[in-house]
Design a protein around this ligand. Structure first.
Ligand SMILES: Nc1ncnc2c1ncn2[C@@H]1O[C@H](COP(=O)(O)OP(=O)(O)OP(=O)(O)O)[C@@H](O)[C@H]1O
Ligand SMILES: [Mg+2]
Length: 226
C-alpha cells in the first residue's frame, strides 16, 4: 500500500484586519499518498493559496496539523521549518519568481547553495535539471530573454533542485499558452510517476483539473462536494 505523504487535519487560518476576523480556511482535512497528484480548484478568494502555503510551511495555521512524512510541521521552529522546506518541498509560482539578475542555471542553483551543496556540484545538477525540462540551449539566458513557458520550466527545474518529496504549484499554467501548459503538466506527470513525488496544483481550469487523480473543491475556506 502507498505511504501517506501529506495529512492535513482540521486546518484553519484566520486573518485579523484591525478588528475584523477573516476566516480564510475552515477545518480542512484530506490526505495524499506518495507518487500521487491532486488538483485544488475553487473561486477567487476561496482559500486555495492559503492552503498551499500552509502545506508548504510558508505560513502557520491558526488551528490544525500538517503532517508530512509522519512529522507535524506546524510544530517546527522557524529555522527547522526553513530547512524542511528547502529539503522536502518544491514550489512553483504563477509568476515564476525567478531572480532577474541571475542566469537560468544560476536560478536553479540557488536552493542547492542554500542546502550547502558545493557550487561545482550544484552547477552540474542545475544543467542536468535544465536539460530534463528541455531547455539545455537556454541555460545561459537571463529570465528576460526567455518566454513565459520557458521561464516556468526553469522555475520547475529550480523546484526540483533538492529532489523534493512534494511539489506545490500555485496556478503554474495560468500565464502560459496551451502548448506550454501541456508541457508543464507532462513534466509534473513524469516526476509523479518516475520519482514518487506528490504533486499538488492549484488551477482555475476545469480541463487541467481533469488530468489529476485527486481533486478537491474549495469554497469559502471549506472543502465542498462540488
Ligand atoms: N495576508 C493576508 N491578510 C489578510 N487576509 C488575507 C491574507 N492573505 C489572504 N487573505 C484573505 O484570505 C482569503 C483567501 O485568500 P487566498 O489567497 O487563499 O485565495 P485564493 O483561493 O488563492 O484566491 P485566488 O484564486 O484569487 O488566488 C481572501 O479573502 C483573502 O483576502
Ligand atoms: Mg491564490
Amino acid at each position: 500500500m502507498s505511504q501517506k505523504r501529506i495529512i492535513v487535519e482540521n486546518l484553519a487560518k484566520n486573518y485579523k484586519n484591525g478588528r475584523a476576523n477573516l476566516v480564510a480556511l475552515d477545518n480542512v482535512s484530506f490526505s495524499l499518498n506518495e507518487g500521487e497528484d491532486m488538483a485544488i480548484i475553487g473561486p477567487s478568494g476561496s482559500g486555495k493559496t492559503t492552503l498551499l502555503n500552509l502545506i508548504g510551511g510558508l505560513d502557520r495555521p491558526t488551528k490544525g496539523k500538517v503532517i508530512i512524512n509522519n512529522q507535524d510541521i506546524t510544530r517546527l521552529k522557524d529555522k527547522e521549518l526553513s530547512k524542511f522546506r528547502n529539503q522536502t518541498i518544491g514550489f512553483v509560482f504563477q509568476f515564476f519568481n525567478l531572480q532577474e539578475y541571475l542566469k537560468a542555471y544560476e536560478n536553479v542553483m540557488i536552493p542547492m547553495l542554500f542546502a550547502g551543496i558545493k557550487p561545482s556540484k550544484a552547477k552540474e545538477k542545475a544543467e542536468k535539471l535544465i536539460e530534463s525540462v528541455g531547455l539545455a540551449d537556454r541555460e545561459n539566458y537571463y529570465p528576460r530573454q526567455l518566454s513565459g513557458g520557458e521561464m516556468q520550466r526553469i522555475a520547475i527545474a529550480r523546484s526540483l533542485a533538492n529532489d523534493p518529496k512534494i511539489l506545490l504549484a500555485d496556478e503554474p499554467t495560468a500565464n502560459l499558452d496551451k502548448e506550454s501548459a501541456q508541457n508543464v503538466l507532462e513534466i509534473f506527470d513524469r516526476i509523479t510517476k518516475d520519482s514518487g513525488v506528490s504533486v499538488i496544483v492549484i488551477t482555475h481550469d476545469p480541463n487541467i483539473c481533469k488530468k489529476f487523480k485527486n481533486i478537491i473543491h474549495i469554497r469559502d475556506g471549506k472543502i465542498s462536494k462540488k
